[in-house]
Ligand binder design. Structure first.
Ligand code: ARG
Length: 272
């Protein structure tokens, strides 16, 4: 069955965790008194980059900036569809200065960047399925930003309300398997309001439904190229279910980053 799953090679933007730390708490995972092992974080992050490259993906890097410990979470910097870059306006004042550094990277790479007027945290909350832009709100990205991104990309934006503070970004509760017009998703239903859950059921009747254990193990913060799923080894049960569906799980441990409320997808910005 796995023969039928075809990977598509991706272009990723990442940021080395040279200045990674947990210095403030802006989500329930963050405890500034818990020490972070930066050497281990570097090692784990390199293993992720190596895994991407070994599977045929292109990885580019933005220079990390001292004093911006969350800058490693590249997914929050923008959402890019068809070469259109919708930048970010971070919710937390601590993260606001990251945006200018990412914008500079995009501009140097030849893109024009749209600066949003309302709070919007890039692919953290805006997930492109190949057909829809699924858009989380409730903790970070606002409804106003959903309207703005729909106007900018000209793609159907489906607003989804997040209700569990542990899953404060859409990419902690949902990910896409592949990205064609028929791409399927994996999600943890209880992270969403009842109405949003119903929307997901209607749009994705064949979705893989994850448990709270899968979600707490960072299993939903995964990256898939249509065949491989780069997934936290802690989410063993979910990986096994994806294997049954014909996907090839590639375990990558980012445990140091879980202390900041981030995982594989958070560290990965896709440029389409
Ligand atoms: N500490 C960061 C924050 O709370 C983690 C961001 C994780 N990124 C993500 N795409 N979920 O903003």
């Amino acid at each position: 069955m796995s023969e039928s799953r075809v990977p598509r090679s991706r272009r990723f933007l990442v940021c080395e965790p040279r200045h990674f730390a947990v210095q403030y708490a802006i989500n329930p995972w963050m405890h500034p008194d818990t020490p972070v092992d930066v050497d281990l974080a570097q090692e784990q992050w390199r293993a992720l980059i190596d895994a991407y490259r070994a599977h045929g993906h292109t990885v580019e890097t933005v220079e990390p900036v001292a004093g911006l410990p969350d800058m490693v979470f590249a997914a929050n910097s923008a959402v890019v569809v068809d070469g259109r870059v919708f930048g970010s306006l971070f919710h937390a004042p601590e993260r606001r200065p990251e945006a200018v550094h990412y914008d500079t990277w995009f501009k140097t790479a030849g893109f024009t960047v749209h600066r949003p007027e309302s709070v919007c945290e890039g692919e953290g909350d805006l997930v492109w399925t190949g057909r829809y832009l699924l858009a989380g709100t409730g903790f970070r990205t606002t409804r106003e930003a959903h309207r703005e991104v729909q106007e900018f990309l000209g793609r159907p934006v489906i607003g989804l309300t997040l209700v569990d503070p542990y899953f404060y970004h859409l990419d902690t509760a949902l990910f896409v398997l592949g990205d064609g017009p028929d791409a399927d998703i994996v999600y943890y239903p209880q992270a969403f309001s009842p109405g949003s859950r119903e929307v997901l059921e209607r749009l994705f009747p064949d979705a893989v439904l994850a448990t709270r254990e899968d979600a707490l193990a960072w299993g939903l913060n995964s990256v898939s190229d249509g065949r491989h799923v780069f997934i936290a080894p802690q989410a063993e049960a979910l990986a096994a279910r994806l294997a049954e569906r014909g996907y090839l799980p590639v375990p990558v441990d980012l445990s140091e980053f879980h202390k900041a409320g981030g995982g594989i997808k958070c560290c990965t910005q896709e440029i389409r």
